[in-house]
Design a protein around this ligand. Sequence first.
Ligand code: GMT
Length: 373
Amino acid sequence: MRIGITCYPTYGGSGAIATELGQALAKRGHKIHFISYSLPFRLQEYNENISFHDVEIMPYPLFKYPPYTLALAAKMAAVAEDASLDVLHVHYAVPHATCAYLARHMLRDRDIKVITTLHGTDITLVGSDKSFYQITKFSIEESDGITAVSESLRRDTISLFGLTKDIRVIPNFVNTGRFRREAGECTLRGIVQEDEKILLHISNFRPVKRITDIIRMFVKIKPKIKSKLLMVGEGPDRIPAQELAKELGLRESVVFLGLQEGVDDILPCADLYLLPSEQESFGLSALEAMSCEVPVIGTNVGGLPELVKHGETGFIAEVGDVDKMAQYAVELLSDDRLRRQIGQQARQRVLEHFDQDLIVPQYEAYYEEILRQ
Ligand code: GMT
């Protein structure tokens, strides 16, 4: 098939999944065309089946807000025409589903199918905000196929938007060959001493991630376990988290690493992964941690419990219950045997349910189903 993929190219789970999907489909012989405003951050390997189409906007003094959405729609239509695309698969509904709708209507003589994958805040936060609600609902309903990354997100979409169209759940996936404990030498020994345990968090540091809860958790763990907390990512809550760490006397033991390219090199070094989010439709970084045999402590929200089985592959607590999460962390970090067992069970769960080789064929089959309609 000839498939156009649009996603946010910057750090984030939806862009990561869209890129991993495109790369996996290209290896399976499909022609993949990424269309976005810059090269997706995980698009690193050369493959002759992959091309990238940059969306450029003409600067003009009248444009207080440069109309990216229009430029993207026009680019989608042009690529669809030139490359004879069969499918336009857009990740994150806002504004990509709307651009795809426009592009399809520009291509009067070409039959192209639009598939929208819902990722999370495109529904729960941004899409359901009143400024975007109607256009998001319209654009999702106009898609030929709709997928959601978890059962929880499917339910949220139906209840928030009252959609009657079928939403197919195709869960996120991980390349278990790349994300694995043996994948590489632990690169963090310059930062963390041999006898220190490593707690890890990776995100875009937005309020929804509740990263100050991680610091509050760590201040309870630190006196009991010789450890360091590594925070990977960048975003609006980095400064408040850094300030809090300083205030709580954790300046030396909480390390902010900023944006990092090779999270597959960092994750296998961790002893514990923390994701105390307020909302999380899936939690891709938790999946990648589990694939590296790292137990996850997460919250009872969205799709996280579909992934993390309490007491089996990690622990789940209520949002904001910092005491409980710290207690689970101490339990796991002070018992190497238990931690290893939970880590191995986590990897097993990933291999059985979320391996790239199981999920990518589900997308292929879905494309074929939609193309037959
Ligand atoms: O909505 C966001 O936070 C951004 C988005 C992204 O681009 O990373 O994250 C969502 O999509 C990911 C990939 O499907 C999911 O793993 C995240 O759980 C989801 N984020 C939220 O629901 C908060």
